[in-house]
Design a protein around this ligand. Structure first.
Ligand SMILES: [Zn+2]
Length: 151
């Protein structure tokens, strides 16, 4: 179900749950969500491919479907993989979140990892603490070193 009044106030990072390093596009995810879950559209607002390309999913004016019970004003970003990512993906993730935070004035404490909402999920395979450390750095990948696919 879509809401007309969606205001980006928080951001949640997800993984697709596919093999690390396996190529995937938003078309694959959209197909799963529509064909297998019976939704109208892909649940995420953004998808980041292995090569770092940022694809747009659900319109940013529409509520997503990515955190059970917590989708209100929550922007969903999904990375191809399970817990290891390419530098290009992480670079794009940081750039996208920084841009969203600036555009919609979203504070850093409103940026989440999916696993913060439920103990049943490891998604996106790293902690919110690592994510925030990584986001606040202007460059480098040190906080994410255990989650990098060697290039
Ligand atoms: Zn997730």
């Amino acid at each position: 179900m879509s809401l007309v009044n969606f205001k980006p106030e928080r951001i949640t990072v997800h993984c697709a749950g596919t093999a690390n390093g396996k190529k995937l596009t938003i078309h694959n995810v959209r197909k799963w969500h529509i064909d297998e879950r019976g939704w109208d559209d892909v649940g995420y607002h953004y998808f980041i491919r292995l090569n770092g390309m940022i694809e747009t999913g659900r319109d940013l004016g529409t509520q997503g479907a990515h955190v059970r019970g917590d989708n209100k004003n929550n922007v969903g970003i999904c990375l191809a993989g399970t817990d290891c990512y390419t530098k290009e993906q992480l670079h794009s993730l940081r750039a996208l979140i920084n841009q969203l935070r600036e555009t919609y004035r979203i504070p850093i404490w409103n940026v989440f990892a999916h696993n913060e909402f439920t103990k049943k999920k490891t998604c996106p395979g790293f902690s919110a603490k690592l994510l925030v450390c990584f986001l606040l750095m202007s460059r480098g990948y040190e906080p994410m070193r255990d989650h990098l696919i060697p290039s």
